[in-house]
Every structure is written in structure tokens, then in C-alpha cells.
Design a protein around this ligand. Structure first.
Ligand SMILES: Cc1cc2nc3c(=O)[nH]c(=O)nc-3n(C[C@H](O)[C@H](O)[C@H](O)COP(=O)(O)OP(=O)(O)OC[C@H]3O[C@@H](n4cnc5c(N)ncnc54)[C@H](O)[C@@H]3O)c2cc1C
Ligand code: SF4
Length: 522
């Protein structure tokens, strides 16, 4: 018998009768909200489903599979220990098919609303028939009304307006109705390159146990062909692990979070980023708790506000956008939105083939080793390259979805389609987030070990000019791009044709899975 099933049967309460049953999906591992927080454990039962159906939909990073399964198994044990009855179902069918069978035995179930569109859609038959009652998902900090109020009267949706609304209404970082420090955002002060000091924190490690080991062996066996490396020391699967990670974030990261938020470095992959996203997105850490505890910290306001804006602002905003557009299906009925008509395939470099571009290779290596990289590497290295190369945004989103341990449709799709690739046009960002080598050189030390020079022959700069030229019609009239477009006008025909040649060379070389070399540059 497996260590997990043995431990579960030891801890299961003997009396399983006369209980109300709740379905807990793979991203709601909390007993601090909803029925699990309010109702008597001795009168409650939970249904947890471990099905091969979901991981067979796409090749998720092995560390992500371990994270989901190990958390779910530990959550089952934690709940059984406090007297909640647990029905843990293994299967290969979809959630709805498995739940249908459970409902036939136990009668109607309840659940807190699923965050992922994909799961809501899969369960829609059961929810509309009334067999599965949907309760509000209490992990969110904001309401649809707040989103609607902040986006009413405009065709474009702006996070700043939403953030100001929810700051004002929640009273977070507010004093006498005014924002602390006199303004809502300190973003402009938070764009420093990291000079190596203050020292970046060492990552915490987490103890392994028989439950984690069993999950790791299972993933290695059944999903051997999935990409990514499993790092047991970074597998946060229990309440204790989540507490340890969050304590580390509070003590080691947050004081310096703000100023170096946009910095990238060879010396430290995560710098002062908290790595809380995977646990915020699976319920182990609740957004209300992290925001409240950061608000109470004695740290500079730039860091405090910088972090709170990410969780209270961006994270909530992204979720509302996904819900409001049915995962963008209301915007593009025939497929994925694609404002720039980008249709190139994702180069093999994203799957680990060396590209010769140090920044890209470095971040891709980190992603396949850990299932994580911080925000600016996602935006200004990975998405930047994909956008400059006109990669199909759906392919980019699918790559991010499988590559990152914190990816779920409600968060990965708006970030990639809206912010990373400009596939939604100016729906909620003002301009495409693209840059040449100058930005990467300014914000990182990646260019030093690179064979290309950011000031001389870096192909990313040529790709940037060629991207502007190719999309000039699309971008004309956008005030945020007016200056780069004016600079483009001044670029000589000779340079422009050089840019096109570089783009062709990069595209062909990377498509062939080969590495770019300075000596081959046209
Ligand atoms: C192209 C692209 C893809 C992304 N994909 C994901 C994804 O799949 N899952 C995901 O959780 N985040 C995603 N993000 C947002 C952001 O990069 C990650 O939340 C962050 O890097 C997670 O690392 P951290 O916990 O160390 O973050 P920190 O820098 O410590 O930030 C604190 C928290 O703020 C929240 N946050 C910050 N920015 C965002 C944002 N734009 N959207 C939602 N939450 C945010 C996260 O919960 C994060 O844990 C993506 C961003 C981009 C540009
Ligand atoms: S020189 Fe260009 S390719 Fe090399 S690390 Fe810098 S930006 Fe990246």
C-alpha cells in the first residue's frame, strides 16, 4: 500500500456518516476560508480528485505536477487529521465524469467557484443541473462590481484605476482617505539595477517526506516525457512549508523588494522576489493574509506599496479580465486574440536548445530547472523575444502555461496575451512591452558574459527596429510609442534593410534549432 493511502486511512475519522460533502479542486488548499473554515470538521467531508485527465491535456513541467499532487495529498492528510472525512478519488476521466459518479453515491455536492475557466467549463453540466452547488470563492480580495465600476465608461481597462478604487474602498495603505506617502504608486522609484548589494537572499529549502517522495516517483514514472527538472528541496507541499516560505519572504525579501523589482542578475535568479505566486495560486497562502502582513511590516513604503500593488492590483485585475471576457472568448470567437497578426512558431530555444543569446538561454535554463523566473525575465526577455519574432501568441501562452509552476489559465492568459505579446492590443496595457538590448543591459548583468555586445551587434536591437517598422501602421497614433516611431523615421534605409536581414537570420537560425554566432551576423 502506498505511504499516502496508509497515512490517510490511519487518520480518517471513523464516523463518515451524516456529513455535508464539498469538492475541493486542485487550487483551493485552504481551510481558512469557505465551509472548511466555518463548519464543524466532524460534520464535513471533502472530495479530492487525482486524475490523469488534466496532466494529459498539456505537457506541464514535472515540478508543477509534483507541486499539485503533493499539496493535494498533504491537504487530504491535514484535513483528515482535524476530523474532516476525505474521499480521495484516483482516475483518468475528467473532473465532471468523476464527480458524476461521486454524486450518484453521495448526493449533490458543493464547491467554491473554480478559478480556472477550463474547470468551470468542464463542470458546467453539473452546476447547471444543480448537482454541484457553486459557492463564492472567498480567496479573492475584490469583487466584480469593483472591477466593473473601475472599467465603466472606457473601452480600455486600466489597472491603475482599479487599484485606486480598491485601495480607497479597502483602506489598505490609506490614511484619512488619502494614499500613504501622498501617491498610489511608487513604481517610478522602483526601477533600479541591482549592483550586487544589498546581498540577495539564499533560497530556503524544504524537507522531503514519504508523501513527496511517492509523488516524485509517480511523476517520474508516468510523466517521464514531460519537460522540466524536479527539485525536491523546492517542493513546498505542506502548511508548514508554506509558512516557512512566507516567513522567508517577509524577513529576507520584502525590505528590498521595491527598488530591485525590475532588476535581473546572473548572480541571483530571484533577487528579492518572494516566490509566493505558486502558493497564492493554490490556496496555501491567502492574498488577504499576505497583503495585511506586508502592510504591517516596518519596511520602506516603496517596497510595501510595490508588493501590495502586485497582489491587490495586478493579480486581482488579471482574474477579473479573464472572467469578464470568458477567457477572451468574447473578444475572438474564432480563436485566440492576435492584434499584431503574429503567426510564427515558437523557436526550439524556448524548449532548451541554445540560442546564443545569453539572456534568453539563461532564463530558459532557469525555467526548465525550477518552473519559475521572476516577472521582468518573463516580460522583457521571454515575451519580448517571442513578440519581436512575431510568435503566435496562443503558442506563447501555451508555453508559459506548461513551463511555470504558478500558471493557471486565469492568470497566465491575461499576462501573456495582454501584457507579454500585445495580442489584446491596448485593452489593458498602453503599448507593446518590447525593447532592444539597451533595456536588458540597463536592468541586468546578462550582457557581460554574452558573445554579442548590447551596444554593437546584439541581434535583439535589430529585431526591435524591424518590429517597429513591420508594425508601424498598427502602432501609429499610440502616444506611448510616438518617440520610438519618430526615431525609426530617422533610421536610414541601409540600417532598415540590415534589420530585416538580421531578423531573417535570427528567425531561420532559431527555427533550425541552431545557435546564433556574432561571426555569422549578416
Ligand atoms: C508573460 C508573463 C506571464 C506570467 N504568468 C504568470 C502565471 O502563470 N502565474 C502567475 O501567478 N503570475 C504570472 N505572471 C505574473 C508575475 O510574473 C508572477 O506572478 C511573478 O513573477 C511570480 O513570482 P513571485 O511570487 O516571486 O512574485 P513577486 O514579484 O514576489 O510578486 C508578488 C505577487 O504578486 C502577484 N503578481 C505580480 N504580478 C502579477 C501579475 N502580472 N499577474 C498576477 N499576479 C501578479 C503574484 O501573486 C506574486 O506572487 C506572468 C507575467 C508575465 C509578464
Ligand atoms: S547582448 Fe543582447 S543577446 Fe546578449 S545578453 Fe545582452 S541583450 Fe541579450
Amino acid at each position: 500500500m502506498s505511504a499516502f493511502l496508509e497515512a490517510l486511512s490511519e487518520r480518517q475519522p471513523e464516523d463518515q456518516g451524516d456529513r455535508r460533502w464539498l469538492f475541493v479542486p486542485y487550487d483551493q488548499f485552504s481551510d481558512q476560508v469557505g465551509p472548511l473554515a466555518r463548519e464543524d470538521a466532524g460534520r464535513l467531508g471533502i472530495v479530492l480528485i487525482e486524475t490523469l485527465w488534466k496532466p494529459r491535456l498539456r505537457p506541464y513541467h514535472k515540478q508543477k505536477l509534483c507541486l499539485v499532487l503533493a499539496n493535494q495529498r498533504h491537504f487530504a492528510l491535514e484535513q483528515a487529521r482535524r476530523g474532516v472525512a476525505v474521499e480521495y478519488v484516483f482516475g483518468e476521466a475528467s473532473y465532471s465524469e468523476i464527480l458524476e459518479e461521486v454524486i450518484a453515491r453521495r448526493g449533490p455536492l458543493r464547491m467554491m467557484e473554480a478559478a480556472e475557466y477550463e474547470l468551470r467549463e468542464n463542470l458546467s453540466g453539473l452546476t447547471s443541473s444543480g448537482d454541484l452547488e457553486v459557492l463564492p470563492n472567498e480567496t479573492w480580495l475584490t469583487t466584480r462590481e469593483q472591477f466593473d465600476a473601475a472599467t465603466a465608461d472606457t473601452k480600455t481597462w486600466r489597472m491603475d484605476r482599479f487599484y485606486r478604487t480598491v485601495r480607497g474602498e479597502s483602506g489598505i495603505l490609506m490614511e484619512d482617505g488619502k494614499p500613504l506617502g501622498g501617491k498610489f504608486s511608487f513604481d517610478a522609484e522602483n526601477r533600479k539595477r541591482w549592483p550586487g548589494d544589498p546581498p540577495a537572499p539564499e533560497l530556503p529549502t524544504f524537507p522531503t517526506d514519504p508523501i513527496k517522495q511517492e509523488v516524485i516517483a509517480l511523476v517520474e514514472r508516468i510523466f517521464a516525457d514531460h519537460p522540466g527538472r524536479i527539485d525536491p528541496s523546492q517542493l513546498t507541499a505542506t502548511t508548514k512549508d508554506a509558512e516557512a516560505l512566507w516567513r522567508w519572504a517577509l524577513n529576507e525579501c520584502l525590505a528590498h523588494f521595491g527598488p530591485y523589482e525590475d532588476a535581473m542578475s546572473v548572480e541571483s535568479r530571484g533577487l528579492f522576489h518572494t516566490r509566493a505566486s505558486a502558493l497564492l495560486n493554490n490556496g496555501r497562502l491567502l492574498p488577504l493574509r499576505v497583503v495585511t502582513e506586508v502592510e504591517a511590516l516596518d519596511i520602506p513604503l516603496t517596497s510595501k506599496e510595490g508588493f501590495i500593488r502586485q497582489v491587490l492590483g495586478w493579480r486581482e485585475f488579471m482574474r477579473h479580465i479573464h472572467v469578464a471576457t470568458d477567457g477572451f472568448r468574447t473578444l475572438a470567437k474564432d480563436g485566440c486574440p492576435n492584434a499584431l497578426d503574429a503567426s510564427e512558431p515558437l523557436p526550439p530555444a524556448f524548449w532548451g536548445e541554445a540560442s546564443g543569446l545569453f539572456c534568453l538561454d539563461r532564463v530558459v535554463e532557469e525555467v526548465w530547472e525550477t518552473g519559475y523566473s521572476h516577472h521582468i525575465t518573463r516580460l522583457m526577455v521571454l515575451s519580448n523575444l517571442a513578440t519581436l519574432l512575431s510568435v503566435d501568441p496562443r503558442e506563447v501562452a501555451d508555453w508559459f502555461w506548461v513551463a511555470y509552476i504558478d500558471a493557471y489559465d486565469w492568470v497566465v492568459e491575461p499576462n501573456v496575451l495582454g501584457m507579454g505579446t500585445f495580442a489584446l492590443g491596448d485593452l489593458f496595457v498602453t503599448k507593446p512591452y518590447v525593447s532592444g538590448a539597451a533595456y536588458i543591459d540597463r536592468m541586468s548583468d546578462y550582457c557581460r558574459p554574452c558573445r554579442f555586445s548590447p551596444k554593437d551587434d546584439c541581434p535583439i536591437t535589430s529585431l526591435y527596429w524591424e518590429f517597429l517598422a513591420r508594425n508601424q501602421k498598427n502602432l501609429d497614433g499610440n502616444p506611448r510609442v510616438a518617440m520610438p516611431l519618430r526615431n525609426l523615421e530617422r533610421r536610414s534605409d541601409e540600417k532598415r534593410s540590415g534589420d530585416r536581414a538580421v531578423r531573417e537570420w535570427v528567425q531561420d537560425t532559431l527555427a533550425a534549432g541552431a545557435a546564433l554566432k556574432p561571426e555569422d551576423r549578416p
